[in-house]
Design a protein around this ligand. Sequence first.
Ligand code: HEM
Length: 145
Amino acid sequence: MTTFNILLAFHVLGVVWWIGGVAMVTATLLPIFNRLPAAERIERIKQLEGRFANQARVAVLVVGITGFWMYALLPGEVTHTWWIGLMMLVWVLFTMMLFVAEPLHLPAKLGLIHSPRKFLVVHAVLLGLALAAVFCGVIGSRGGF
Ligand code: HEM
């Protein structure tokens, strides 16, 4: 068992917890909440955020630390690939959301949270990008591209 294998295992565990949570929120919870009266919908979203945001922050940190560590161990042919770039893009987007936009309450201030459709679409786009990073990462790390 090498350092790289252990890092990769933690990297994937972090991705599972974080992106699995985003999938559950996007594909199941938000569509259910969107059927509720406006005030109750916002209340439910805040409860959900209260429980999941810190879990996602820890997972994002684990994915970032292990990702950059593996990056330092790998040769340039692997690290200079577009699929690693895609992973980094997804990581930067979520990091900005979880560590900057949410603590500043930007989704509420911009009215995004009050528009059920827009809020769902933003989550769906982020989930799509994250799933693309997983799909391409698994193929790319086996030399598939
Ligand atoms: C700072 C951000 C990130 C960096 C630097 C990074 C870096 C890496 C590296 C170096 C590998 C190993 C590649 C290899 O074995 O050749 C890897 C694997 C992987 N990463 Fe990331 N990653 C990051 C974020 C993400 C994100 C956000 C996701 C998912 C949304 C992700 C999903 C994966 C997957 C699925 C694998 C392949 C696992 C396998 O099948 O071997 N990574 N990543």
